[in-house]
Design a protein around this ligand. Sequence first.
Ligand SMILES: Cc1ncc(COP(=O)(O)O)c(C=O)c1O
Length: 393
Amino acid sequence: MPPAMTQFGRQLRSLWHLEPEGTFLNHGSFGACPKDVLAEQARWRLLMERQPDWFFRHTVSPRAMNNELRVAAERLGRFVGTDGERIAFVTNATEAVNTVLRSLRLQAGDEILVLDCVYNAVRLAAEEVCKAAGAKVVKVSLPIPITANDVVERIADAAGPRTRLAIIDHIASPTAVVFPVAEITQALKAKGVRVLIDGAHALGQLALDLPAIGADWYTANAHKWLFAPKGTAFLYATEEVAGETVPLSVSHWHELKFPRAFDYVGTRDVSAFLSAPAAIDFVERFGAAEVRDYLARLSREGVALTARLGAEPIAPDAMIAAMRAYALPQRREAVPDDALQLMQGLWEKHRVQVASSVFQGKLLLRLSAQIYVERADFERGIAALDRHGWADR
Ligand SMILES: Cc1ncc(COP(=O)(O)O)c(C=O)c1O
């Protein structure tokens, strides 16, 4: 491990494998795993391949009280204000959401509440279970630019007597809005609605205290903002719902229930999960709070810089963390192809990676701050977008 560093920015790029000529302003979509954490994953893989029997039967077996997966879960649990017994490893937030949806026993006429900024894959998963049961997905509309004023009320008002589950984004994918999930959860639970928080982007961007949020389930990706290897995420379940939270693949250790039944769902590579503590170590070398502060500061700098594009921030500072989305001016309604073209063209012609999507008819640009990014990267990326343009600017 290199010595502790207090300076953030491009000088840290050598800790990642990111292409040297690229400007990476989209950590949000897939994350980027540092070399040290990948080295830890390689160490686990070697252990697995040197003695596969011992590895699966003793090192990571759910039967062993102190199996290494539970050690990793304990560390991750403590990082988010809970303990390992509340944490099941899953491959990604998509799997966690599907797990919760399939653990519900929906009846005809039941409803699942989502926000209109719901991640598309999550919406599709909810629609699929609803279709099978004769239930329906209800979407809460939260027009942009968003204000904090009536968010909780609008969401709670959309819940009715048949709402079985509300899936609430902690940080929304297209808009990067940070929702007040504790207040929303409280309002929904007062109406008897179970709550799953989709914190796919939250782990590493926000300080998390899961019991304080009060939701029944919470999922987060560690492979995005916590720097874990791809395929590292968790599903948190309260004691009350843990017993009914069943892995998508039922396997040998089914009777051990949540979370141990999730530790073995057939033979697979669990080296990413086992490397989660190394990802936490990586963050803690810089200081988790210092990282969050740097990201918030850098993300704010984007506001003035994007003004030259005529870009409009779509949420107040109080609802933003390390990612920020802007509406780009267009002479017509945006179509999904506009976003794809913008991302692809900017990378191919200028080696700048941003995120873009279409939401409520607007073309959105989403910029991620990260500790390997500095103001000059934002300047370079925004200048390149200004030159490159976008459809019907
Ligand atoms: C809000 C939200 N939920 C779920 C996901 C899915 O994450 P994954 O692809 O890791 O399952 C994402 C991915 O960006 C997301 O932004």
